[in-house]
Design a protein around this ligand. Sequence first.
Ligand code: CA
Length: 536
Amino acid sequence: MTYLTRVITGPIPQSEPLDERQAPNSAGGHSYPVSDWTRLDRFLILGSEGGSYYASERKLTLENAEAVRRCAREDGERAVERIVEIAATGRPPRVGPPIFALAVCAASGNEETRKLARSRLPVVARTATHLMQFVGFSTLMRGWGRGLRSAVRDWYLGKDPEEVAYQVVKYRQREGWTHRDLLRKCHALVEQDNAELREIFQWVTHGDLPTESDATRLILAFEQARKADTGELAELIRKNRMSWEMVPPEKMGEAAVWEALAEDMPLVATLRNLGNLTRHGIIAPMRSQRQVETIGRIGQPGAPQVHPISVIQALLTYRSGRGRRGQNTWEPVAQVVDALDEAFERSFQAAPRTGKRLYLGIDVSGSMSRGSVAGVEGLTPRMAATVMAMAVARREPNHHLAAFADGMAPLDITARDRLLEAMRKTAGFPLRRTDCAQPMLDAMKRNMPVDCFIVLTDSETWYGDIHPMEALRQYRSQTGIPAKLVVVGMVSNGFSIADPEDAGTMDVVGFDSAAPRLIAGFVSDGEPEADLQEEG
Ligand code: CA
């Protein structure tokens, strides 16, 4: 009878639960607890580095680890396959959380789940760094057992010798583990018949130089590089396409070395080293075309996948003119900044244009101003929400971009504005209370036709005198439009303003590179395919 009594009593404020399925959130309001599976997705994509406004990094990570454990217990196969699916399609900005979640499954009480998790290790741990992270987590959880030994052995032996050589030279240590430790622990050497692999392993464990072959060429070059002077080193880099990780640390300050590295530098390495390349004068005004072209390949067919967060991180770092530790400085070149700005949109998985009327509501309340998304220093949830909203808006002609806290906040940006400028503007909002019903109330007040509200938030709503779902229902009945609601979760917490039983709502995870595609699919649900084609 709630709908009848509500007419008499008026709407239920957010300080009280709307119905028995709601639970108190961290802000003193009430939201819907998300399922452990949604939480798993959030954790896989957003991680918990840096914590949130309400929870320390440790608390948030513990909560998420518990949710992963519950998923592994409830349905181990589903949990492992979800981790693999999300990680293998490049949707998370960092592979740490998927590796951690896989280690949780590999330490589960169920033998089948453990086996499955270990068998999927090479898919999730694509580099030796990831492997060492997995070993680090696993040894803390269960120690070295037979299962971990065979998983590590299979990781090496599943690769051809040339790839193994590349991995051992490029990624040499992580989390206190080296290849020597791992190979000794997993007994890969003794059991290996392949002569080339044996020699590579022998070099790792004992330092014995391998005989020269295509597979071992890089190892020999790496050994030579350790004793080479700068000129010889530059030659070795050119001849063997060595990466910056293979350069002796004491030579990293040499411009000639960077010049050699820059000649054949791959996309991802370029993105990470824009500051270094500028500092050494390789990127300079009138001399940035090579790197601008490299950045221009982001999102193009055949180019390696680059996550949108990596583009934002490169943009924030490069534009700041200062490296992470602060000693290295450079003068950013405008064309590089522009190239990054343009690459951002393309770095998301391709999404069709729906043409629907979308209201993009960005939560700029106080809690969205702390913590960092995916561990990117300086990228607060509200800044991340802003550029996420712009990524959707840039594809969709019918949209309204708006920011809200306990009321509407003037958001002086458009989808075509510069990302840095937009982030700066949202970062500067004063701290205010949270009312996630504002986008729906605003649209009602202004009689705005909306097919879908897309609210980018941490769902820690508490201030309003009407619940967001109630506001959505009122909007639907007042306008006759069956408006949908997409909640883009910007923090890996356990709440959503979306009612999981309302078929017109969906939760997606902020900074999932698939988010625009998932949103477009949901918004145009049931529409003929033709309407979804990209124009032109
Ligand atoms: Ca808030």
